[in-house]
Write a protein that binds this ligand. Structure first.
Ligand code: UDX
Length: 431
């Protein structure tokens, strides 16, 4: 078993640290937020992630997992140092590498000879070379430290399962011996391991997310066309999905993709293409279509409200960027709520996981802790996140609370026939 440092205690870092400890490795997770380190050391997990609190608790109890302040403190005795720090969207859509760079500078002087720095943060193609250069310039003995890229493919909400049952493990490194050492960390997982060069590994991450985003924009445009020709996009997606070359997943039409990855990674790949003079036309459209999809939802809601948002009361169900997470980053629901308020509507929202925090992010947004209360006096109810629990509410009670029985279901969550039977004017996406 190996000693591993994980730098960054966010979604990716914490999942990586807890899962490696679960696999039997000795893991120290370093973060520069003292409060976070304190609460993680007590087993308090700050994110909603299925199975993660249990793994953190088990890791702390077995002493295979600990949390320390600073990257250097975590890295100094480790054989492997995993960088799991944010690469937020910077200027012109470029990925902002300043945190990765700062960590590389910080850990360089303390790294053990023969240790390996593994980049799990989503970084532009060529970043492995940058990390290696920064390590060498800041005190690492050149030639003694390995650098590898090992992108993550973790979905929020199922990150633990995605880590422990991956579809593949990708390791990018110019030194095969180093790549083999990294691959051994994953040997208990039954997954194909792809060893390649670092640039290809970095591209695999971006291309995978860009492809999934493309699938979503594609099905959203098919949905919009379905509305014009009276077809049902859900049936269409099902009929397409049986073809294994297409598959069933990522063909749910909705308000457009959001979250901490797709919007940022699409922009970053576009920026990378632009810097080498390549026009990635298809991906530009994927992004544009996603923006337009938000607009269409706002239009649908305005139409349902009688043509204008001004003076209307809109109930919103769901604020997170998707269900089963409390993450509000780049949430289409928040973008749409903002637009409704700008249009003059009163917006009262309910979200099972992130209501209170959302109120601070959207000026004028009223957040309540009960889905029925959100519907009080509403002209339109709109479903913006596909929380399963919303399906099973008492729609008689919902209708009785509303001023008018109108639903815009931006996630195709509810059953149109059942809603119409209860005298709701129901509109989904592409059906
Ligand atoms: C994504 C990738 O799936 C993961 O591999 C990567 O490492 C990080 O980014 P995540 O951001 O957690 O994971 O969410 P995901 O489940 O992929 O959904 C992203 C967005 O697309 C959400 O807003 C979701 O609602 C939307 N989506 C997804 C659709 O609109 N339709 C779909 O069919 C699937």
């Amino acid at each position: 078993m190996s000693s591993i440092a994980v730098i960054g205690g966010g979604y990716v870092g914490l999942t990586t640290a807890a899962c490696f400890a679960h696999l039997g490795h000795d893991v120290v997770c370093g973060d520069n937020d003292a409060e976070r380190v304190r609460s993680l050391s007590k087993g308090e997990v700050p994110v909603l992630e299925e199975g993660l609190p249990e793994l953190v608790a088990a890791g702390l109890a077995s002493r295979r997992l600990s949390f320390v302040l600073t990257a250097a403190a975590a890295a100094k005795t480790a054989e492997f140092v995993f960088l799991c720090v944010p690469t937020p969207q910077g200027e012109n859509g470029a990925a902002d590498l300043s945190i990765v760079e700062a960590v590389a500078r910080e850990i360089a002087p303390v790294l053990r000879p023969e240790s390996v720095v593994v980049n799990k943060s989503t970084v532009p193609i060529g970043s492995a070379d940058l990390v290696e250069r920064l390590l060498n310039e800041n005190g690492a003995v050149p030639g003694t430290i390995g650098v590898a890229s090992n992108p993550e493919f973790l979905r929020e909400g199922s990150a633990v399962r995605d880590f422990l049952e991956p579809h593949r493990v990708v390791i990018g490194c110019k030194d095969t011996e180093v790549a083999v050492r990294v691959s051994e960390l994953y040997r208990d997982l039954r997954a194909p391991i792809l060893v390649t060069d670092a640039a290809s590994a970095e591209m695999i991450k971006y291309a995978s997310n860009a492809f999934l985003a493309t699938k979503i924009s594609f099905i959203n445009q098919v949905a919009n066309l379905c509305e014009e020709v009276s077809a049902d996009v859900r049936e269409v997606a099902l009929g397409m999905g049986y073809d294994p070359r297409i598959g069933f997943e990522f063909l749910h039409a909705g308000p457009g993709y959001g979250g901490s990855c797709f919007p940022k990674d699409v922009q970053a790949l576009l920026y990378s293409a632009q810097t080498v003079g390549y026009d990635f036309q298809l991906l530009r459209s994927v992004h544009d279509v996603n923006q337009i999809q938000h607009d269409r939802m706002v239009e649908k809601i305005a139409n349902a409200a009688g043509g204008s948002l001004d003076g209307a009361t809109i109930a919103v169900w769901g604020l997170t960027f998707k269900a089963n997470t409390d993450d509000l980053r780049d949430s289409p629901a928040l973008a749409i709520a903002r637009r409704l308020i700008d249009g003059g509507a009163t917006v009262r929202a309910y979200d099972p996981a992130a209501g209170e925090r959302a109120a601070g992010l959207v000026p004028g947004l009223e957040v309540v802790s009960d889905p029925y209360e959100a519907c009080d006096g509403a002209d339109v109810l709109t479903v913006l996140t596909e929380w399963d629990e919303l399906r099973w509410l008492d729609f008689e009670r919902v209708g009785a609370a509303m001023r008018q029985r109108r639903i815009v279901d931006a996630r195709n969550l509810l059953d149109p026939a059942a809603m119409r039977q209860r005298s709701f004017a129901y509109e989904g996406v592409g059906r």
